[in-house]
Write a protein that binds this ligand. Structure first.
Ligand SMILES: Cc1cc2nc3c(=O)[nH]c(=O)nc-3n(C[C@H](O)[C@H](O)[C@H](O)COP(=O)(O)OP(=O)(O)OC[C@H]3O[C@@H](n4cnc5c(N)ncnc54)[C@H](O)[C@@H]3O)c2cc1C
Length: 427
């Protein structure tokens, strides 16, 4: 610790998740003195996610990413299902190419931290940052207990809880409506069983998202991702809606899901080897601070609310890592000018706005709203499955699609409301 408090770093980074380590890697590679402070025992030990990451942004930042990163399987098959009364309506897409992979986030984050270390960054684990350290209102480092660690600029990559930013008054206290609760089990299973049961060729990966009964009809979704010889199974439920409507422990919803025939068949003989829970930002731009910079400060990743949940896919890791990369580019520019005030660091916001991150978050603003509508998760899965059942389970006469839909809707909602919801989501 005395070495740390006696050294003035160019940059202090709080948190060794994908955002913090990617910022550290980019800065150290360009010759800046960087230290990453992580409260977990190892980099990645405190991070948790479902299991699929989009690779392109990471390939742009890390050389030889495809060869070196701890990738489990490249996703070649996508499934999206509505579940109701144990029955499934599934859309399946098989691709010859792949833009995403499955991985353990703990290993991926630890690999990123290792890359940062190899580039010259110092990674210190088992240390908690308590506060930002200010001189004349300007961030000049951090406080860890009684110690002050000094730097020209601090990158806040502390993740979704963002307690440091809250104490600093940069963001309000986290509210239930802004976050979702994620639960995940890792289940060990032979690769041949994973592939045989899910119709995958050797080495191929699957990403499967399920809504409706899979979350006990709560707004959110369940996920199943295939790793080399494990399956990641879990769910994400919006905290506010869960809080209002839940009548059992979330843990039991996941256990119930494991008993549904379609999931039970896949995980049979599997052994749970890991269990975790974590919050995730879910308000789209509603959770992002208006200014993601200050005098001597930049905010990246989940702490900045940079996550997109579209229901059929979730993007957090690539957004986090790329925002870390953009923060690093901003600091390198500020370093060359010798100024770390908010005016110089506002360049980060400009880069973010021009990047795919903000463009994606703005483009999909409406779908993020629909994700909060109860009907999407409570009524619609049942209506869809009932409609399909009427179309396929024929005795003598078969209904037209409209007749089947009308009959399934009866007493639950109106056709007009359903069509309006579809319209306002996509147009
Ligand atoms: C259940 C679930 C499923 C998800 N599924 C996916 C998915 O499939 N694909 C995807 O791309 N994203 C997914 N995400 C989102 C993804 O995990 C996050 O967006 C991503 O991890 C954010 O990275 P980050 O570096 O900003 O924060 P984090 O990964 O949370 O890292 C923050 C780090 O800061 C450290 N820290 C916090 N406070 C302090 C402090 N005071 N002092 C020192 N260190 C501190 C923490 O220990 C942690 O290591 C999922 C999230 C959840 C919860």
């Amino acid at each position: 610790m005395s070495y740390l408090s006696n050294t003035k770093f160019d940059v202090i980074i709080v948190g060794a998740g994908p955002a913090g380590s990617t910022a550290a890697y980019t800065l150290a590679k360009n010759g800046l003195r960087v230290v990453v402070l992580e409260r977990g025992r190892t980099a990645g030990s405190k991070t948790l996610y479902g299991g699929r990451v989009y690779s392109k942004p990471l390939e742009e930042v890390y050389e030889n990413f495809r060869k070196e990163a701890p990738i489990e399987r490249w996703v070649k098959k996508e499934r999206f299902s509505f579940m109701s009364n144990g029955e499934l309506l599934t859309l399946e897409y098989s691709s010859t190419d792949s833009t995403s992979f499955t991985a353990y986030l703990s290993r991926l984050a630890s690999w990123m931290a290792q890359k940062a270390e190899e580039a010259g960054a110092v990674i210190v684990t088992d240390i908690r940052v308590d506060d930002l350290y200010l001189e004349d209102g300007v961030v000049k480092g951090v406080r860890c207990g009684d110690e002050v660690l000094r730097s020209n600029v601090v990158v806040d990559a502390e993740g979704v809880n963002r307690l440091i930013l809250e104490r600093f008054g940069m963001v309000p206290k986290l509210e239930k409506r802004q976050v979702a609760l994620g639960l995940k089990q890792v289940i060990r299973l032979d690769a041949s069983k994973i592939e045989g049961r899910l119709g995958l060729a050797a080495g191929e990966g699957l990403a499967w998202l399920i809504v409706g009964e899979a979350t006990g009809y709560l707004p959110g979704g369940s996920f199943l991702y295939t790793n080399s010889s494990t399956i990641s199974l879990g769910l994400v439920v919006f905290l506010e809606e869960a809080y209002q409507n839940i009548n059992q422990h979330v843990f039991n919803i996941l256990e119930d899901l494991k008993q549904k025939q379609s999931i039970k068949e896949v995980i049979a003989d599997g052994v749970v080897i890991e269990y975790g829970a974590h919050l995730t930002p879910e308000m789209g731009l509603g959770m992002s601070p208006k200014k993601m910079y200050g005098d001597g400060l930049l905010i990246v990743g989940d702490a900045a609310g940079l996550l997109l949940n579209l229901g059929y896919t979730i993007r957090g890791v690539d957004f986090a890592a790329y925002s870390g990369y953009l923060a690093a580019k901003t600091i390198l520019k500020a370093h060359s000018m010798g100024s770390y005030n908010s005016e110089s660091l506002s360049f980060y916001q400009k880069l973010l706005e021009e990047s795919f991150i903000m463009k994606e978050m703005k483009k999909h603003k409406k779908i993020t709203k629909l994700m909060r509508s109860n009907e999407m998760f409570t009524i619609y899965p049942g209506i869809l499955l009932d409609t399909v059942k009427k179309l396929f389970e024929i005795e003598y006469s078969s209904p037209t699609i409209l007749q089947a839909l009308r009959n399934s809707i009866k007493g639950k909602t109106s056709l007009l409301k359903l069509l309006w919801n579809i319209f306002r989501t996509f147009f």
